[in-house]
Design a protein around this ligand. Structure first.
Ligand SMILES: Cc1cc2nc3c(=O)[nH]c(=O)nc-3n(C[C@H](O)[C@H](O)[C@H](O)COP(=O)(O)OP(=O)(O)OC[C@H]3O[C@@H](n4cnc5c(N)ncnc54)[C@H](O)[C@@H]3O)c2cc1C
Length: 263
C-alpha cells in the first residue's frame, strides 16, 4: 500500500494543477473553507471577497472581454456519510467493485454486499452477469439483494450482513457537500438531495453565480466536471451556447477482466 500511495502521489504531483493555477496571471489561490455571506460575497479565512459587485450579472459578464467572476467549486464525497437506503448515483457502484478487485489482488479476502438484485444495476444485464463472473473467478464473494444492512462489532471482527471481516469499505453512493456553503445567504437553490440547481449553462438561481462539477448533480465524473467548465467558458468568453444536455454520456468501470492466477 505504501508503494501504491507513493506512485499515486507522484502522478498527482506531476499533474501539477495547483502549480499551474498559482502561475496564472490574475488568479489568486486561497486555501480555506469558503462560504457565501450574501449574494456575490464569499467569506474565507475571515476575509470577504466580493465578486464583481451587484452589477456582475450574467449579461454583464457575457459582454465583458475579461469578466471578473467567482466560479464556486464544490464537491461530493464518498463514504464519509453512509446512506444505506439511498439510491445509487450515476456511477452505479463502480467504485466499490474497483476497490473490491484491487484489494483482492493485494491478497485480501473480499465480499461485496449489494442491495440491488444485480451488480452495476445501471448497466445492461449482460454486463452485470459478465462482471459477476469476472469477480467470481477471482474468489470475490458477492451478496446481492442485501437490504437493511447493519454493522456489528464482534470478538471476531466486524459483522456485516452475516459476513465477518477486519475492515469495511462503504461505497454506498454520494451526497453533495453543500450544506455549509451559505447558499441561502446567496439565494442559491438546491434540489431535495442538496445538489445545486443549475440551468443548461451551469448558471444557478443567483445571477452571476455558476456551479460546476459534482455539486450540481448533472454529471458526477471528472470529464463531466471539466465539460461544465468548457460550457461556462464557451458561454461567457466565446458567446458559444454550449449546453449540458448536448453532452454525450459516457463512463467506464475500471476493473480488469483478465483473471490472473495468484503467484
Ligand atoms: C473513489 C472515487 C473514484 C472515482 N473514480 C472516477 C473515475 O474513475 N472517473 C471519473 O471520471 N470520475 C471518478 N470519480 C469522480 C470524480 O472524482 C469527481 O466527479 C470529480 O473529482 C468532481 O470534480 P469537482 O471539481 O466537481 O470536485 P472535486 O474534485 O471534489 O474538487 C472540489 C474542490 O473544492 C474544494 N472545496 C470543497 N468545499 C469547499 C469550500 N467550502 N471552500 C473551499 N474549497 C472547497 C475541495 O477541497 C476540492 O479541492 C471518482 C470519485 C471517487 C470518490
Amino acid at each position: 500500500m505504501k508503494k501504491l500511495k507513493a506512485r499515486k502521489d507522484a502522478i498527482v504531483a506531476r499533474a501539477g494543477v495547483e502549480k499551474s493555477l498559482r502561475s496564472l496571471t490574475n488568479c489568486e489561490v486561497i486555501e480555506g473553507h469558503a462560504r457565501f455571506t450574501a449574494p456575490h460575497t464569499v467569506s474565507v479565512n475571515g476575509k470577504t471577497l466580493i465578486s464583481g459587485g451587484s452589477s456582475s450579472t450574467w449579461e454583464a459578464a457575457r459582454d465583458s472581454s475579461r469578466p471578473e467572476c467567482a466560479i464556486f467549486h464544490q464537491f461530493v464525497h464518498d463514504g464519509r456519510r453512509f446512506r444505506a437506503a439511498a439510491p445509487f448515483d450515476s456511477r452505479g457502484s463502480a467504485v466499490g467493485l474497483e476497490f473490491a478487485q484491487m484489494y483482492r489482488r493485494f491478497g485480501s479476502e473480499v465480499t461485496v454486499i449489494e442491495q440491488a438484485p444485480r451488480l452495476l444495476p445501471h448497466e445492461d444485464e449482460d454486463i452485470s452477469a459478465a462482471v459477476l463472473d469476472i469477480l467470481a473467478k477471482e474468489d470475490i464473494q458477492v451478496a446481492l439483494n442485501a437490504h437493511n444492512v447493519a454493522v456489528k462489532a464482534t470478538d471476531q471482527g466486524l459483522n456485516v450482513h452475516n459476513f465477518t471481516g477486519t475492515h469495511l469499505l462503504v461505497a454506498a453512493g454520494r451526497v453533495p457537500n453543500t450544506d455549509d456553503l451559505g447558499l441561502d445567504a446567496a439565494g442559491i437553490a438546491t434540489d431535495e438531495r442538496g445538489y445545486i440547481h443549475v440551468d443548461e449553462d451551469c448558471a444557478t438561481s443567483a445571477r452571476g453565480v455558476w456551479a460546476l462539477g459534482d455539486c450540481n448533480g448533472r454529471g458526477g465524473f471528472t470529464h463531466t466536471s471539466y465539460n461544465d467548465y468548457e460550457i461556462v467558458a464557451a458561454n461567457l468568453l466565446d458567446k458559444d451556447s454550449r449546453r449540458i444536455s448536448d453532452r454525450i454520456y459516457c463512463s467506464a468501470v475500471y476493473i480488469d477482466p483478465r483473471w490472473h492466477a495468484p503467484e
